[in-house]
Design a protein. Structure first.
Length: 94
């Protein structure tokens, strides 16, 4: 009985990191998609290149967009703030 409990505990401990890694991968792919949606909204509504006087480039936003395009969702807070400041509704996350 003790051996069975020990075996089950070992399987649980060894299997837990794989489940966590899978959940993190799903969350990060969702975040990357959200980051891309923020980028699309920003480029469409805030940094419209067709305007005669486009908004000056914001280095933080430029870096955030580059991060999103590279698959890194770290730029989400910067893009959310830029869109909120421009009074553009944020896309749904999830």
């Amino acid at each position: 009985m003790k051996n069975q409990i020990a075996s089950l505990a070992a399987l649980l401990v060894l299997g837990l990191p794989f489940g966590t890694a899978h959940a993190q991968t799903q969350a990060s792919s969702t975040d990357v998609a959200y980051c891309q949606a923020l980028t699309d909204k920003y480029t469409t509504y805030v940094a419209d290149q067709n305007e005669h006087r486009p908004a000056p480039a914001n280095v933080g936003v430029t870096e955030a967009i580059a991060q999103c395009k590279a698959g890194n969702a770290a730029g989400i807070p910067v893009l959310e703030k830029a869109l909120t400041n421009a009074r553009v509704a944020l896309p749904s996350h999830g």
